[in-house]
Design a protein around this ligand. Structure first.
Ligand code: FAD
Length: 411
């Protein structure tokens, strides 16, 4: 826990001072810390990369609030935007259990293996833990799934694995299955961003998950943390190793992007109808428009987020522009179609001697039936699905050039 920021009056002219406490336990409320610090560290540069614990960022927020309270109205007016942590409500919670596994000798040890159930309730992703075929599987389940509880009967879990994931079940011995069955589930992290800056004064900056926490569906957590490191390295070079300038430059370059990354990622993870509007319909529209005119319309937002020649803000702006043009095109088409439909309805009504309203109702019913029977559309409109489940159902690769090494094993 930091005790002082920008401390100019200590002997060695260091500027961030951190007290170290001995703590025990896992996370959150379970952690017990000793009352007195065991050490005090002074430093010219404190890089907070403490992940979802977010100790420094929370402390920055508290400090900011405290300082603002002590200001008069005029001072507050000129103090700029307050520093705050945006804590999004997680309305699409998933839990996971990790499963250590060893691949058979004839399976490639450098691929991401994954499988998903058709209804979207279960999803497993296994990534290499080393180069010798040891893997870490993440079994993702809904919070109320019986298999997502602690102390599941190992035989029941084995039955579930045999039925849903026979490819993986055969790799796991009874000891591992018993360990996994006993485990408490873990929650995927909730979306969090900080802003409007990523620094506190001249000597402290925050990066990685503590600045921008996203769910791991699109591989943007560790990768954006590494990107932060690379950008900070550029800032140090560009400022001729003047660390104070580098700290401010990093915040200037990256703060807005961090917030945008979290905002976009959250929009891609809304439940039910909201998820259909913010994630599924845009993905379908992008697939159609990009296919018709790839020069005019960019690919879907997930593949855009992977591009290293665009910042997250530039991606957001580009997609806003795409969406505006798409809506304008669709609105024009629909206006034209409405005029055409009116003309056709009037012609049919006249030919069969019925009222136009009766013909309209019958035609609307037939159209709705045809849309509903199109499995390709309705299969995506399932509120139980997480984004990763929808991606698995897309026929075309979601990344721009289809370069993903993922080998999907359909459950
Ligand atoms: C199940 C799961 C699967 C994921 N899969 C992917 C993926 O496939 N691809 C991807 O890009 N991302 C993935 N992520 C996200 C990725 O793990 C994180 O985005 C990444 O680890 C963030 O790195 P970080 O260094 O900011 O934080 P962390 O890796 O969380 O590191 C923070 C470190 O700080 C330590 N710490 C915390 N508080 C203190 C303190 N007070 N004092 C001292 N040390 C402290 C912690 O113990 C930890 O070691 C996944 C996350 C989860 C939960």
């Amino acid at each position: 826990m930091p005790v002082k920021f920008d401390n100019d009056d200590d002997d060695n002219q260091s500027h961030a001072v951190v007290d170290i406490y001995r703590c025990q336990g896992k996370k959150g409320d379970e952690v017990d810390c000793e009352v007195d610090p065991i050490d005090r560290i002074s430093t010219d540069l404190l890089i907070a990369a403490d992940g979802t614990s977010r100790t420094i960022a929370n402390y920055m927020e508290e400090t900011d609030q405290r300082e603002r309270k002590s200001m008069n109205l005029i001072q507050r007016l000129f103090a700029g935007k307050p520093f705050s942590v945006t804590r999004y409500i997680d309305d699409n919670r998933r839990v996971y259990k990790s499963i250590p596994m060893k691949l058979p000798k004839d399976w490639r040890p450098d691929l991401n293996y994954s499988a998903r159930s058709k209804d979207g309730g279960m999803n497993i992703d296994a990534l290499p833990a080393n180069r010798d075929g040891s893997y870490c599987g993440i079994l993702l389940l809904k919070e109320d799934d019986p298999m997502a509880q602690a102390n599941v009967d190992p035989e029941t879990l084995r039955g579930f694995l045999n039925e849903k994931l026979p490819q993986f079940s055969s790799m796991l011995d009874d000891k591992v299955v018993a360990q996994v069955a006993k485990k408490h589930p873990s929650f995927l992290p909730s979306f969090r961003s900080v802003g409007p800056r990523l620094n506190q004064g001249d000597h402290i900056l925050i990066l990685g998950d503590c600045a921008h926490t996203v769910k791991p569906y699109f591989g943007l957590g560790a990768n954006s943390a590494l990107e932060d490191v690379s950008i900070f390295s550029d800032c140090i070079d560009d400022s001729n190793e003047n660390m104070i300038d580098a700290v401010h430059e990093f915040s200037r370059r990256r703060a807005k992007d961090s917030e945008t990354l979290v905002r976009i990622s959250r929009e891609l993870d809304r439940p039910g109808i909201l998820g259909t509007v913010t994630f599924i319909i845009p993905i379908i529209l992008d697939a159609i428009f990009n296919k018709i005119n790839p020069k005019l319309f960019a690919p879907n937002i997930i593949s855009m987020l992977q591009r290293d020649d665009m910042t997250f803000n530039q991606v957001a702006r580009r997609k806003r522009l795409d969406r505006t043009v798409q809506v304008a095109v669709l609105a024009s088409l629909m206006t034209g179609a409405t005029w055409m439909a009116k003309f056709v309805v009037a012609a049919i009504a006249k030919a069969i001697g019925r009222r136009s309203s009766t013909v309209s109702l019958v035609l609307a019913g037939i159209t709705a039936g045809m849309i509903y029977s199109k499995k390709s559309l309705t299969q995506y409109l399932n509120s139980d699905m997480a984004p990763a489940d929808v991606l698995a159902k897309m026929k075309s690769p979601i990344t721009e050039d289809g370069e993903t090494l993922e080998k999907d094993v359909k459950a």
